[in-house]
Ligand binder design. Structure first.
Ligand SMILES: *[C@@H]1O[C@H](CO)[C@@H](O)[C@H](O)[C@H]1NC(C)=O
Ligand SMILES: *[C@@H]1O[C@H](CO)[C@@H](O)[C@H](O)[C@H]1NC(C)=O
Length: 316
């Protein structure tokens, strides 16, 4: 973990004392001297290099170097097919440490869990033992970074994993009782967004809210999470899950829905406007007045760019 990153002790103490009203843990980071921050977003990647994961990782490293990134966000489904078996699962090194080797990627990674991660040992992915193996690794269910970023554990929202798990076994330890888990999470996210006076509000989760991909919209999130995001005027919702790159604008709010879920297996056979059905990743730069988003393919070519600005002053 970088020295700039300050682990909020108050958050940790609250976390261990209050079982059912868990204040989200907070992480700080010093912006660049010009008060900007930039990061790459990659999702749905851990396949031991297969499905172009390694080729893409190389380009992620090249672009990370060019654009001088401060950190990396993983939108989940970190390890296929079924998360990690335990803290000693070699997949951690084979799909992460030995893949994202570029010097520009030796920054803090902030990861959420995807549904495939929940099919393995969740506690293992959350374990500090992995951070000892590779100091970049930080995976948590839900947390806050600066005042701008809220990371939300979206898998427990999705009914079908509970009602129709098929052959899959999900690790729901610490999610039960589910209703309470979800209502507390929504409350905490709502509070964090409401309290934040950050200029930009960015929410990150694994599942889609709006998607033209194979999985489509996640109805449970549209119903329960989206109203909170709209009420708090968030700027970006960033997710993975669909194995593509997408940028969808809302007609009802100013929210931009950004999918970066093609860290390895892609090409699901769907091609649409403003939809890239192949491997890639996303770059975001946040400054005092502007957000810039750029999507890249496996060759490092720019696929799509978007930016917006707000003139009034406030900090990140
Ligand atoms: C890897 O990327 C290349 C270039 O986009 C593509 O032609 C190829 O089909 C990809 N391979 C896989 C397994 O996705
Ligand atoms: C987007 O970026 C371009 C180039 O930096 C700039 O000219 C333009 O004003 C920006 N648009 C918005 C809406 O910020």
């Amino acid at each position: 973990m970088t020295q700039l990153l300050v682990f909020n002790l108050i958050g940790a103490i609250t976390l261990s004392l209050v079982v059912f009203s868990v204040a989200l843990q907070r992480f700080q980071q010093q912006p660049k001297p010009d008060a900007s921050l930039s990061f790459l977003v990659i999702g749905d990647w851990g396949r031991k290099g297969a499905y172009n994961q390694s080729q893409l990782a190389f380009q992620v490293g090249v672009i990370g170097q060019q654009l001088d990134i401060d950190f990396v966000i993983s939108t989940g489904d970190n390890f296929y097919d079924s998360g990690l078996t335990g803290i000693d699962d070699p997949a951690f090194e084979e799909s992460f440490t030995k893949i994202y080797t570029a010097s520009s990627l030796q920054k803090q990674w902030y990861s959420v869990l995807g549904n495939h991660d929940y099919r393995g040992n969740v506690e293992a992915q959350l374990s500090p033992v992995l951070t000892n193996l590779d100091k970049r690794w930080l995976c948590m269910r839900s947390f806050i970074k600066l005042r701008s970023f809220s990371f939300v554990d979206t898998t427990p929202f999705v009914d079908k994993y509970f009602t129709d798990p098929g052959d899959h076994v999900y690790d729901w330890r610490d999610v039960w009782p589910r209703k309470r888990y979800i209502s507390n999470l929504l409350k905490e996210v709502g509070l964090a967004l409401q309290e934040s006076n950050a200029k930009w509000k960015i929410v990150v989760g694994h599942h889609t809210i709006r998607s033209a991909g194979v999985h489509g919209d996640t109805e449970e999130l549209v119903k329960h999470l989206l109203p909170i995001l709209e009420a708090n005027n968030i700027d970006l919702f960033i997710n993975g899950h669909d194995h593509c790159l997408q940028h969808i604008t809302s007609l009802d709010s100013g929210i931009q829905f950004l999918t970066s879920g093609s860290g390895s297996k892609a090409w699901r056979g769907v091609v649409m406007k403003l939809y890239y059905d192949g491997q890639g990743f996303m770059y975001v730069q946040v400054t005092q007045t502007e957000i810039e988003v750029v999507f890249y393919d496996v060759f490092g070519h720019v696929l799509h760019k978007w930016n917006t600005s707000k003139q009034f002053h406030s900090t990140l």
